[in-house]
Design a protein around this ligand. Sequence first.
Ligand SMILES: Cc1cc2nc3c(=O)[nH]c(=O)nc-3n(C[C@H](O)[C@H](O)[C@H](O)COP(=O)(O)OP(=O)(O)OC[C@H]3O[C@@H](n4cnc5c(N)ncnc54)[C@H](O)[C@@H]3O)c2cc1C
Length: 486
Amino acid sequence: MSNKVAIIGAGPAGLSAAYLLGKAGISTTIFEQDKQYVGGISRTENYKGYYFDIGGHRFFSKSKEVEDFWTEILQDDLLERPRSSRIYYNHTFFEYPLVALEALKKLGLWQSFLCVASYLKAKLFPVKNPQNVEDWVSNQFGKKLYSIFFKTYTEKVWGISCKDISADWAAQRIKGLSLSSAIKNALIKPSYANKEKVIKTLIDSFRYPKKGPGMMWETCRDKCLQLGVKVKMNAEVIGLNFNDNLWQVVMKNEQFDEKFTYVLSSASIKNIVPNILPSVNKVAKEAALQLRYRDFLTVVLICKDKDSFTDNWIYIHDPSVKVGRIQNFKSWSPYMVPDESMACYGLEYFCFEGDGMWQKNNDDLIDLATNEMHQIGLLNKENVVEGYVVRQPKAYPVYDKNYKEKVQLVRDGLKPYKGLYLIGRNGMHKYNNQDHSMMTAMFAAKNIIAGKELYDVWKVNQDAEYQEEGERGVNEGGRLIPIVQN
Ligand SMILES: Cc1cc2nc3c(=O)[nH]c(=O)nc-3n(C[C@H](O)[C@H](O)[C@H](O)COP(=O)(O)OP(=O)(O)OC[C@H]3O[C@@H](n4cnc5c(N)ncnc54)[C@H](O)[C@@H]3O)c2cc1C
């Protein structure tokens, strides 16, 4: 039988693989559970002509291959947009990424003194072999700065104490930065001349599709269809059967008898791996079931525009409100809003599926978001015309203390299953951006096209680089980047 590929999920990973496979003339079918949207977490929803992301999605990558892919798909519809963002803490806005001197000035003399003193203490008496985020970041910046700029937001995002989050995650996000380098760079204006172009790009601007990230993935889907790829929507995969080296996809709503030589799965490990038949070993199954996720909802407020702020997004560290981040979609692209006199803001709340926040009815969520915008001083309540709510399960794979071991047990358990590739964010339980997701999928596709294992998809690091070492953090010109982000 010639190669036939099934792909679970029409997110960035699934569609990137499908595009390469389609170009190579390999028979490919995508199974997507959503009825309407492709793009997964990188989709763009549309309500009455207002477009919005599930969180704002910047397009940037250190990988030329990924950048070229995006250019090939969208060409002139991929805009270069100016970047501006801030942090809100203690009724004060701070530039983001943090500029050390500005931050110390706004904190006042006494708080600044405490920051510097606790930094010196951390340098003299660091926690040996830090295992969690609290110890890792405190060693790097001192406990005081950690508690102001890292702890509150990080705990809002993850819903667990920083002591229970693996130090890996912090290391991945802010490696190579320290308070001393940040202060040095604040005093001596950093020269970007010798740095990689991409780093400058990250600081000043980013690429963004005219009508949001969904436009990228809808266009990619259309190009895949032209190449003969089949895209099945409303096609939730609830299991996989593996017999005689061939795969059969078990769908929730439909029987699908076609057999495949390869399956690329970007569905969560927790949902797919325990539902493979014959079953993976008990240890791998248990490990898959123990993986955890953080969920997310965004409340979209459509407002009469008061131009009260022009940031693309603002991180809300302040514990007096529940909102974690505020997006201003018109600043991402003016094409996201159909009427110039209006604005569209997205308030992001991090939660667990089924908890109090997740269960709240939409009207209460819209009231909460309106009141919090008012409290922060970004919006007059009277200007809100309408609201809309989007819930996103499994937005974040959780890096708790044992996640690495669990993922390894799953990988070991899958070794006998020829032709199955786990790809993408939840597919590999990797806290990643689109570029990493795409790269893992593209490498799986290249292996299939070549008919041999050219690449180990697990060796793609967070920066979409293929290497065996751990991930490199992005040092944005020596400015402090709190571990917030996506
Ligand atoms: C708030 C937020 C902000 C972000 N900001 C950025 C950013 O600025 N830049 C950036 O590059 N990245 C950003 N990301 C990350 C980005 O969203 C992901 O890296 C990317 O979407 C992952 O792509 P994926 O295809 O691996 O997975 P997903 O996007 O999760 O897509 C998986 C697809 O599979 C489908 N699926 C799942 N299970 C099944 C099943 N059983 N059967 C059928 N279909 C199934 C889903 O419906 C979905 O369409 C952000 C993420 C979040 C949460």
